[in-house]
Structures are given as C-alpha cells and as structure tokens.
Design a protein. Structure first.
Length: 215
C-alpha cells in the first residue's frame, strides 16, 4: 500500500491531514514544521531561504523513508513555499490546497475566503485569480480562530468569539456566491459557519484527498 507523507504547520493540522488520508483507507505519516500556530506564522514571514531549507530537510527525510507522495496540508505554508518545486527536485510528487482553489474559482465569480493569516489569504487569492482572472476574492484572516481550534474550543463558542456571523454577512453583502475555507484547521468550524449563512461553505479537503490518492 502506498504511504502518503503529510506536511503541515503544527502537530494539530498535521494530524488532521493524516486523518483525512487514513479515513479513506490509505496509510499516512505526519511531519509538522512548527510546534504552534504563532511559531508557524513567524516561520512564514521570515527568511525565504530558511523556509526552503526547513521544508527541503523534511522532504529529504520523506524521500529517505521511501515515500513518494506528499500532501502539504497547510494553506499558508503552501502560499509561502514552492513545495511542488522542492518536491520535484527530490523526485517526489506534491499536492497542496492551492491545487484545488483554481477549480473553485472557475466555478464562481465572487468568493469569500477565510484564512488563518494574511499569507494564506494572499496565496488563495493568487491561486484563484491565476486560474480565473475575472473572479473577485474577498479575504479575511484570523489566527485566533486557529488558536481556538488547537485549544479544542467548542465550534459554536469559537464562531461567536471570533465574530464569524458578522464576517459572513460582509461576504454576503458583497455578493459572494460561496465562502471558501482557506485554512486546513477550519473544517472544525464548518458546521458552525454554515448555520450562520445561506452561502455554501466550501472545504477543499475532499477534492485534495481525491487528487493525492489518485496519484
């Protein structure tokens, strides 16, 4: 059986990525980059050579273990490191959430994006507009939401504490046709979000898993 390597920002979203794969009957091993969301955000806005070296070192470990498929299960990390190129240089096939956002953009003219930080929001917008230049993206980022997910705060309480109802109304008032989860932590609050809006809440994880497992 093919074993898929999962790289993500912290141990929590790494585990979520592993669960995404193992829940579909495949094997997976996790490789977190940082210990906390704050550490991961600092990593993403720091030195580009340092980011590439750190992710490259993880990819070297993956290759040395004989694994050939890699899922980068972190939006903001995918936005700040060209994992596809780093993987290709090592003979590895890499997929990231950015591989799905273009598909979403081609189906919608206006979308709202909820991301963990502004690095992630910018990456999602870049992927969407590159795929569909006429698509208009409304972006928002809230690291507090990630911290709440990692702390295990109940989704309803987290949605209230972070004012997500107000944000969803902003998206709707600007004509968004859908709201996209721009962080791999956010399926945790998907149902709480959906209870606060008539807009469809789109999670790229399902399609991402399909791509990785299909090879």
């Amino acid at each position: 059986m093919i074993k898929i390597a999962v790289i993500a920002g912290t141990p929590v979203d790494t585990r979520m990525g592993v669960d995404l794969i193992t829940g579909r009957g495949a094997e997976a091993a996790g490789f977190p980059v940082s210990r906390t969301p704050e550490e991961q955000t600092a990593f993403q806005v720091g030195s580009q050579p340092a980011r590439e070296a750190a992710v490259g070192a993880i990819l070297d470990r993956i290759r040395d273990r004989g694994m050939e498929r890699v899922l980068v299960y972190c939006n903001s990390l995918s936005a700040t490191v060209d994992a596809h190129a780093l993987g290709a240089a090592r003979g590895l096939r890499v997929w990231t959430p950015m591989d799905v956002y273009g598909e979403i953009a081609r189906r919608h003219r206006r979308v709202g994006v909820l991301a963990a930080n502004c690095q992630g929001a910018a990456g999602v917008e870049r992927a969407m507009v590159n795929a569909s230049p006429r698509t208009l993206v409304f972006g928002a980022a809230d690291l507090r939401l990630v911290l709440g997910v990692e702390a295990g705060t109940p989704p309803e309480a987290l949605a209230e504490d972070c004012g997500l109802g107000h944000l969803l109304r902003f998206f709707a008032d600007n004509g968004a046709e859908a709201v996209v989860l721009g962080c791999t932590h956010f399926p945790y609050v998907k149902e709480a979000l959906q209870r606060r809006t008539a807009l469809p809440i789109l999670d790229p994880a399902e399609r991402l898993a399909e791509l990785v497992l299909a090879g």
